[in-house]
Design a binder for this molecule. Structure first.
Ligand SMILES: *Cc1c(COP(=O)(O)O)cnc(C)c1O
Length: 405
């Protein structure tokens, strides 16, 4: 067998396309909510691979599903269907509003499928001119040209040539702004129930409900991007379930495979029925390995025990953060849903999220930021209480260093 050559963080700077600037250390092993780097240093994981490893690292049930499927059947393409994909689709349908599922491999691809479907549905059912998509400032939907253009941060979409047309952005949680631009040429409103990358901001009840009503009035589809907020993250299986607002199309990815790349677009029968063989596709979508792992993840996440534990863990996080804040006064607001938590820095610490993030790593804590002013926590949904305590202790040391230094 070929020798594995030695690699370290400096290798990254030579061989990887410079679109990321990863932390100084390289994780090599994980178990539950603990991770170890190349030097054997241990970390508490409050990042969860950006809301992906919802059951922690190397959960035995997921390892078992991967192992068993790995010795059975890896890939057949969509020229054939397969049992894990059919089982997972049925379970997603049973658990949600949806009647039909399309599998892909990433959040961006699930959204790409959703946006194409919304456009196709409108042109098929109504008119080829019904193509306007309404989306929101600071929204994030992925990095393909269509999804990044629907996203509400021009710094991510500028410089790549002409963008897909007829996409309008308005402020999030501002129903009047939507009313001002929606019309009968609108095919869809695309929204995250909790803006993740944009700063961990939940939609208000009146906003999401109002979007549903506006969509109905103008025969537009409500597309919910639950790539980050879905699969238990919010405390319910999907965030829309908190609002009692039912979408026409929903996308899920990140935690769907618990760390194995897989995504899905869910749709109602009516919306799905405009599609026909050949209209859309992907080689890997519905891959048996991915679906077997995702089925195991869904079986665990969609249980009262796991879902009920999420609010309890959120309370632990918030009370620890409040304790730190009483000493250091670095935060002005805590927000989010379930175990997607945003802590906005107070004005005295503006633009310093990166410093806290780097200091946390020094003290053995992996966490996230959401823009320059928000510390973001997206841990495992089953993180041990002892790990929360230990991680928050480390975070306090990091805060002390940044504030004191
Ligand atoms: C992460 C994310 C995406 C993109 O998912 P990828 O798997 O990176 O393509 C899309 N929408 C939301 C809300 C996300 O958080």
């Amino acid at each position: 067998m070929a020798e594995k050559s030695a690699v370290d963080r400096s290798t990254f700077d030579k061989v990887i396309l410079p679109v990321y600037s990863p932390a100084k250390f390289i994780p090599v092993k994980g178990k539950g909510s603990r991770v170890w780097d190349q030097q054997g240093k241990e970390y508490v994981d409050f990042a969860g691979g950006i809301a992906v490893t919802a059951l922690g690292h190397c959960h035995p049930a997921l390892v078992k599903a991967l192992h068993e499927q790995g010795e059975t059947l890896w890939h057949v393409s969509n020229v054939f269907t397969n049992e894990p994909a059919l089982r997972l689709a049925q379970k997603l349908i049973d658990a949600t509003f949806a009647d039909r599922v399309f599998f892909a491999n990433s959040g961006a691809e699930a959204n790409e499928a959703a946006f194409k479907l919304a456009r196709y549905y409108a042109s098929h059912r109504h008119s080829p001119y019904k193509s306007k998509i309404i989306a929101f400032h600071n929204g994030f939907h992925g990095r393909t040209l269509f999804t990044v253009s629907v996203g509400g941060q021009p710094k991510y979409s500028d410089g790549f040539g002409p963008k897909p047309a007829d996409i309008v952005h308005v402020p999030f949680n501002d129903l009047d702004a939507v009313k001002a631009v929606i019309d009968d040429h609108t095919c869809a409103i695309v929204v995250e129930p909790v803006q993740g990358e944009g700063g961990v901001t939940p939609a208000t009840q009146a906003f999401l409900q109002g979007l549903r009503e506006l969509c109905d009035k103008h025969q537009a589809l409500l597309v919910l991007d639950e790539v980050q907020s879905g699969m238990g993250r919010s405390g319910k299986l999907f965030s829309y379930m908190h609002y009692g607002v039912t979408p026409d199309i929903l996308t899920t990815a990140k935690a769907l495979g618990g760390g194995f790349p897989v995504s899905a677009m869910l749709a109602t029968e009516d919306v799905a029925s405009v599609m026909e063989p050949g209209k859309h596709g992907t080689t890997y979508g519905g891959n048996p390995l991915a679906c077997a792992v995702a089925e195991a993840a869904l079986d665990i996440i969609n249980t009262p025990e796991v879902l009920a534990g999420i609010d309890e863990r959120r309370e632990k996080f918030i009370s620890a953060l409040e304790g730190i804040n009483q000493k250091y006064h670095i935060f002005k607001e805590f927000r989010g849903q379930g175990l997607l938590i945003g802590a906005e820095l107070s004005d005295g610490f503006k633009n310093r999220a990166g410093e806290f993030h780097a200091a946390a790593a020094e003290f053995g804590l992996m966490m996230l930021i959401a823009g320059p002013n928000v510390m973001r926590f997206a841990p495992s949904l089953v993180i041990d209480f002892a790990d929360i305590e230990e991680g928050m202790g480390r975070f306090e040391k990091a805060v002390d260093k940044v504030v004191g230094g």
